[in-house]
Every structure is written in structure tokens, then in C-alpha cells.
Write a protein that binds this ligand. Structure first.
Ligand code: BGC
Length: 770
């Protein structure tokens, strides 16, 4: 049992192994990866799993979702905020830290059930003094402005004075270890005592001068007696430090609690921030860490009741799936509709906290089925930014609404046009210019969210308007080619970014066609059911019957490339003319090895692709293709997909099952579930791959459990359990009902109605009433 590595203080509360992710040794060059794996967030804010005592190789970032800044960098990105984790303990000037002492014992453990990060360190300093340091931290989900570090310190073979620094560090820099990209997004505006004691730092973003206040108070206890004495506050430039000390006796365990609170100007006026943080800490101290922790764990208990997936018989995979769910559900905000879920959650700096199509197509299905209120917030975020999407479209010469490829807080395009190569040359980045399918993803997300949740209110008052404006965008994006009497989309990039730009990317054309075709019947339905809503919509959007007719015409005549006389869908016009290279080797993690022929050739000259593209289309629009066609295309593209993006393996897993290739599906699920845990893409240090976390959930629920919705929205379950699994259990919301689903090794399905109305479900094709 992993918890046996800890002493009683922590052990008693720690969960069993299926909830725990262990770091067994401290390796400096692995530290950044663990900072991502051990990130904690509560939807409002996120912190990376950095050590309190500081290490050389570290990116100790705190983010508050929605606090963006650009300054001299390429785009608005989540600003790294003052780091409040710092606690340094010294004995006779020797820092008791992982990099200053000999490590005799080391464990850090993420307890996913309780959303805490625990540690056990037995450290020996240069003078031979041995100290046991254990502890845990959490970012409370019961009160999102409260965070806490609790440490237990035991001098094993000495007695003496322990000197402590309680630190907030305002000098943090985004992309700190990337010299060319480093940027400081904040400046310190206050560095002072919290109240009489304690520390407070206020920093503001450089562009918008949005203030963020962080307060901390540290106390040391023995048997409830407060021990910290000689408190002295220092403002060392951008560091706030409170010094204190206490006398420690050999063999005695002392408890240190660091109470932390963060508020920003997004929640209150600037002049109130300091007081808010101080009051919060005061209340937090009155309530006590134990009560807060109990509240926090209570919220997670409820969340896990909704979100947990249990896979019996496949322990490592069961835990890895849980790890993905943990990060996805932790980062999203159930209370706020001004924020989205960034491509790296709140766990790392890559992609600046921006939302991509990743949200709608990979994460939203999870939220719609598991946390519908969060899903609604995510959708409302897009509605709030509809006007900005219209500005984007206009700027680029189109009509309607064009959602940005990368979206932050203002809804304008955040994907840079230029970036810098390691040799200093500028590199033109064409992604935002050509990759337009995100606009279709937003539209599809609305359709899918409403289909799952039945949230007609959202559809009538927000979603329908987005669908009209996105259809308008696609109509203006398509070009009529007279000699062929068809509509085409030129100069476009599909999901596979290694071929950019191309003409007529099948995925994009199909989704544009879907969006254009979806709106008119929907409007007819709204006109019938809600005439007042319909009138308002038409008035607001100025949509005419003629415009709708033109959409119909484009939909009918849009070009969908396919190899003549075969079942093979062509990823884009001319794809089959490219050099036909296939993948032949796989590495020890079952990851495809780049074909040797690509050494002297760009992937764009060949049929090798970065990620699921045609297969992604079949994943979204399976009903459009016959089973034989899906199988043939899956086999063709699978041999040519290098999975250079984390958005790919999960889609190949779900689709592997659809085409009857169960063993491939299982292999792909393993790749997806362990993608970050085993750092399979080599960049976990930059944050958890958010889309993949949602993809993992989809693979289990839509793939192996075979959950789907019929055209009318009836829930269907047709599992294909892998031979490795004994039993699968999970819960989902569908419209007004909450269901528990058990699936046995033999694919027998038991469905229990946990709450809501009596319900029709189709199991293995047979109607069942619950
Ligand atoms: C992928 C995109 C994805 C982005 C953010 C890129 O590498 O190709 O499909 O949206 O990462 O996750």
C-alpha cells in the first residue's frame, strides 16, 4: 500500500492505491513533469506541483483562470501570478530542502479522491542532522479563495532552533526557462504585512492593470499551542517574507499550517482586495484546516460520485483513466461562465491557457454527461464572445461569426501570426489564418450539448443565434466554382496541421455542410414551438429566407473529396497524389515511430499525417458513412497517422471499436490514458493535455461502454468490453435523469435510475424502460 510510506499523521486519511499517483524518487530533470502531474486546481485557480522549499528546475506557477496579459509577448496568456507556496525551514542556516540535503526517503503522492498532494521526506543535512518532513497541500473547492499547506516536521536526531521563512514570490516569469519567450506579466503594487502579522502581496497585470492580491499566514503548533516567535516581515523587492522561529525538540513532531487566500479585481473592487484576503484568512483560521479539508474532500466526494469510472480487472489502466478525469474535472469552473478550459487546464503554460476546438469536441461531452452545469458555463462563454467572433469574421473578410483558433478572455484571435525559431529567425505561423474548423466545432458543441442535456433554454436564447452566425460564416467562406458547379473551401487547414493550407479539407467541408444544413430545420422547429423566440432571433440576426435558400444550395453542392470508384475518403483534394509512406514500426510504449523516409522529406509532401482527420470526421458523423466505408478508411489512415497531437489516440480508440478492431482500440486507450503519466509526448512539463483527458473519458464511455444517442436523443448502450476488464461502472446524466451503468465482462448491461424521470434506454438494440 502506498500510504504505508507515510506516518500516522497522513496515513490515516490517505486513500487506497487506486486513487494515488506516486513519485518515488526525486530527480531534478523529472521535476517539471511532476509539477504538471501534481497540479491542483479548483476551477478558480490552479497551482503546479512545485516544492515548497524551492528547486532549481522549476516553473512554480499559480494561475487564476481568466487573468490574462499580453505585454511584449505574442498573445494574451494566463499570467503566472505570485507564487505563494514558499516555505523554507533552516536549522543553523542549513535549508531543509530536497536539493540541499541528502534524501534518505522520498515520496510524493497525489491523492485524487481527496485532491491533495502529500509528501514524505527524510532529509539529512550537511551536518548529519536528520529531519522528517511530511505534509500535504490543497486548493479548496469548498471555498475557492482558500488554499493551504500543512507540514509536519520532526527533528530525528537533534534539538535546536528551526528558522522559517514564509514566502510569496512576485518575481515569477512566464516561460522562465525559454530565454526567447520569457515574459513578466505582472508588477508588484503592494508588498506588506497581511494584518499585524502575515504577508500580503498585490500584483497587477501589465496591460489591463488588473490587481491580484495574495495573503498568507503561517503558524507552528504543538498540541494546539502556537509556537512561532520573533516574527519579522521583510519586503525584499518582489518577495514578501515573514521570518519566524521556534525551538524544536528531538523526536517531537511539530505542525506548520500555511493559510493562503487569493482574490482578484474580477471579484471585487481593487481597494477591497487586501481586506478580502485578510478576512478570508481570518475566517479560515477560525474554521481550522481540518474543517476546511473536510469541506474540500466533501465537495470532491460529490464530484467523484458523478465522475468516477471503475474498471475492475485492469488496475493500472483504471487508475490512469481516473487520473485524466481528476485533472479535467478539477480545472473546470462550475460557478463561472466567463472562463473556458484551456488546452493545458491550469497546469502549465503551453498555449497560454487558451481554449481551442479541444473544448467542444474533446471535453464538452464529458461535462455535458457528467457536470451539465459546467457544460452550460462553457457554452455560455462562447455566447458571451459571439460579438468578438463577428469582429474576427469581419476582420478576415467573412460574414457572421468566426471563432478564433485560440481564445482567451476577449474572444479575439490569440494564435500568433509569427513565432521565433531557436536561431532567432521569425517563422510565419499560418494556423490562425487557415485553420477555421473551430467555428464548426463551436456549432457542433451546441448541437451536442443540447442533445445530451435537453437544455432548450440555452438553445433558444443563446445557441440558435450562434448557429445562425456560424452558418453565415461558412456560407461566406465557401467559394462557388462555376466550371464544376460546386462550392469549395480553398486555403484551409484541417485537423491534420502538417498539411497546411490545402483545398477542400474533407473534415472542414463536411462540418460546414452540417452547420449550413442544421439551422433551417431548427428554425422551423423554433418557429413552431416558440414563435416569440423565433421572431426575436430573426430580428436580431436579420436572417432572410433568401439567405437560408443560399445555405441550402451550398450544402447541396459543397465538394466532398473521395477517391473515384472506391470507398476511400480523401483527406483533402490531392492528398492521394502525395508520396504514399506508411508507418511500420512502434516503440516500447506502442507509439508509432516516424518512418525513416521522413528524414529527408517534409510530412506535407507525403501522406503521413499528424492526427485524426478523416477518422475524426467519422467519429463525429458516423451516421453518414456505412460500416464498410468506415473500416476501409480507418485502416487506411491509421497506417499514416503519427499521433503528433494528443488529440489523436483517443479518437482512434473509439473508432477502432466502431470498425471492429478491438485490440487496436485497447492499445490506443492505453496510449491515451498514460500519455501524461508516462510523458509519452515528451512535453508533459508544459501541462496536462486537456483534450486527451476528455478523449480518455470518451473512449471508455462512448467506445468500450458503447454509449450513444439516437437521432431523437434516446440513450443507447452497446458495450464491447475488452478481455482484460471484469466489470465497468460509471454514472451519467441524460436530460432529466441520472443513471448508473454497470457492464459485465460478458457485455451484460445493468442500468439503474439514480434520480429523475422514468426513462427509455436502448440496450443492445432492445428497448428497456427504467
Ligand atoms: C493540435 C490541435 C490542438 C492544439 C491544442 C495542436 O498540436 O494539432 O488540434 O487543438 O494542439 O491542443
Amino acid at each position: 500500500m502506498i500510504r504505508d510510506r507515510f506516518s500516522e499523521n497522513i496515513k490515516e486519511q490517505m486513500s487506497s492505491d487506486e486513487w494515488l499517483i506516486l513519485e518515488e524518487n526525486y530527480k531534478s530533470d523529472e521535476n517539471l513533469k511532476y509539477e504538471s502531474l501534481f497540479a491542483l486546481s479548483n476551477g478558480y485557480m490552479g497551482i503546479r506541483g512545485s516544492h515548497e522549499d524551492g528547486t532549481k528546475n522549476t516553473l512554480p506557477y499559480t494561475y487564476v483562470n481568466g487573468v490574462f496579459d499580453k505585454s511584449e509577448t505574442f498573445m494574451r496568456e494566463l499570467a503566472a501570478l505570485p507564487n505563494w507556496l514558499g516555505i523554507k525551514m533552516y536549522v543553523e542556516k542549513q535549508l531543509i530542502g530536497v536539493e540541499n540535503c541528502e534524501i534518505l526517503e522520498y515520496s510524493r503522492v497525489l491523492d485524487m479522491r481527496r485532491a491533495i498532494l502529500a509528501k514524505h521526506l527524510l532529509l539529512k543535512d550537511k551536518n548529519g542532522r536528520i529531519t522528517l518532513v511530511e505534509g500535504m497541500r490543497f486548493v479548496s473547492r469548498a471555498h475557492v479563495h482558500r488554499m493551504c499547506v500543512r507540514l509536519y516536521l520532526t527533528p530525528v536526531n537533534y534539538s535546536g532552533i528551526v528558522e522559517i521563512e514564509n514566502i510569496i514570490d512576485g518575481s515569477v516569469i512566464n516561460f522562465y526557462d525559454a530565454p526567447r519567450f520569457k515574459v513578466k506579466h505582472t508588477y508588484v503594487t503592494a508588498n506588506e504585512n497581511l494584518q499585524k502579522n502575515g504577508i500580503y502581496m498585490e500584483a497587477a497585470t501589465r496591460d489591463d492593470h488588473l490587481h491580484v492580491g495574495t495573503g498568507c499566514y503561517l503558524e507552528v503548533y504543538k498540541d494546539n499551542k502556537k509556537l512561532l516567535r520573533n516574527r519579522v516581515f521583510h519586503a525584499f523587492g518582489e518577495q514578501a517574507v515573514e521570518f519566524g522561529d521556534f525551538h524544536a525538540k528531538q523526536g517531537t513532531c511539530y505542525q506548520l499550517d500555511k493559510f493562503v487566500s487569493v482574490y482578484t479585481q474580477r471579484e471585487c473592487p481593487q481597494y477591497e482586495i487586501h481586506k478580502k484576503a485578510a478576512d478570508e484568512i481570518e475566517k479560515f483560521m477560525q474554521d481550522g484546516v481540518d474543517a476546511e479539508l473536510a469541506g474540500h474532500c466533501g465537495v470532491y466526494r460529490v464530484m467523484w460520485r458523478e465522475a468516477n469510472i471503475e474498471i475492475e480487472g485492469d488496475f493500472a489502466l483504471d487508475r490512469a483513466v481516473r487520473f485524466n478525469i481528476f485533472h479535467l474535472m478539477s480545472a473546470a469552473n462550475e460557478h463561472e461562465d466567463r472562463v473556458n478550459v484551456g488546452a493545458k487546464l491550469l497546469s502549465g503554460e503551453e498555449y497560454g491557457g487558451h481554449a481551442f476546438w479541444d473544448t467542444e469536441l474533446f471535453m464538452l461531452p464529458f461535462f455535458s454527461y457528467v457536470f451539465p452545469e459546467t457544460a452550460q458555463n462553457i457554452e455560455t462563454y462562447r455566447y458571451r464572445l459571439l460579438d468578438a467572433a463577428k469582429v474576427n469574421a469581419k476582420k478576415n473578410g467573412y460574414k457572421g461569426a468566426q471563432y478564433p483558433w485560440e481564445s482567451a478572455d476577449d474572444g479575439l484571435e490569440q494564435c500568433p501570426d509569427w513565432t521565433i525559431e531557436p536561431d532567432g529567425t521569425c517563422y510565419r505561423c499560418y494556423v490562425a489564418k487557415y485553420e477555421h474548423h473551430v467555428t464548426a466545432a463551436v456549432a457542433y458543441g451546441i448541437y451536442n450539448y443540447v442533445k445530451i442535456t435537453g437544455d432548450m433554454d440555452f438553445l433558444y436564447h443563446k445557441g440558435a443565434e450562434i448557429l445562425i452566425e456560424t452558418a453565415r460564416f461558412w456560407a461566406s467562406r465557401c467559394e462557388y466554382v462555376k466550371e464544376k458547379d460546386r462550392y469549395e473551401i480553398h486555403q484551409v487547414t484541417g485537423p491534420d496541421e502538417w498539411h497546411e493550407p490545402v483545398n477542400n479539407n474533407l473534415y472542414t467541408n463536411y462540418l460546414a455542410r452540417w452547420n449550413l444544413g442544421y439551422v433551417s430545420p431548427l428554425l422551423r422547429q423554433i418557429e413552431k414551438e416558440q414563435p416569440a423566440v423565433y421572431r426575436k432571433l430573426i430580428e436580431k440576426t436579420g436572417l432572410t429566407k433568401d439567405e437560408q435558400k443560399s445555405w441550402h444550395c451550398i450544402k447541396e453542392k459543397i465538394y466532398l473529396p473521395k477517391k473515384e470508384g472506391t470507398n476511400l475518403l480523401e483527406q483533402f483534394e490531392g492528398y492521394f497524389d502525395l508520396e504514399n509512406i506508411i508507418i511500420e514500426e512502434y516503440d516500447k510504449n506502442d507509439w508509432p515511430i516516424r518512418p525513416k523516409k521522413l528524414k529527408h522529406k517534409k510530412a506535407s509532401q507525403t501522406q503521413i499525417i499528424k492526427q485524426a482527420d478523416v477518422v475524426m470526421l467519422m467519429h463525429l458523423m458516423g451516421n453518414e458513412f456505412s460500416p464498410a466505408m468506415m473500416k476501409e478508411n480507418y485502416d487506411y489512415y491509421e497506417k499514416r497517422t503519427l499521433h503528433g497531437s494528443s488529440l489523436s489516440p483517443s479518437v482512434y480508440s473509439v473508432m477502432g471499436l466502431k470498425v471492429g478492431d478491438d485490440s487496436k482500440a485497447y492499445r490506443y486507450l492505453n496510449r491515451a490514458a498514460f500519455l501524461d503519466l508516462l510523458n509519452m509526448q515528451g512535453n508533459t512539463r508544459e501541462g496536462i493535455h486537456a483534450a486527451n483527458t476528455g478523449g480518455v473519458w470518451q473512449t471508455v464511455v462512448f467506445g468500450f461502454a458503447g454509449v450513444s444517442l439516437s437521432e431523437e436523443g434516446v440513450l443507447q448502450i452497446s458495450p464491447h468490453m475488452p478481455k482484460e476488464w471484469e466489470r465497468l461502472t460509471f454514472r451519467i446524466h441524460h436530460r432529466d435523469s441520472w443513471l448508473e451503468i454497470h457492464i459485465t465482462k460478458e457485455n451484460k448491461v445493468q442500468t439503474k435510475l439514480l434520480s429523475g424521470k422514468c426513462k427509455k434506454v436502448i440496450i443492445h438494440g432492445d428497448e428497456v424502460i427504467l
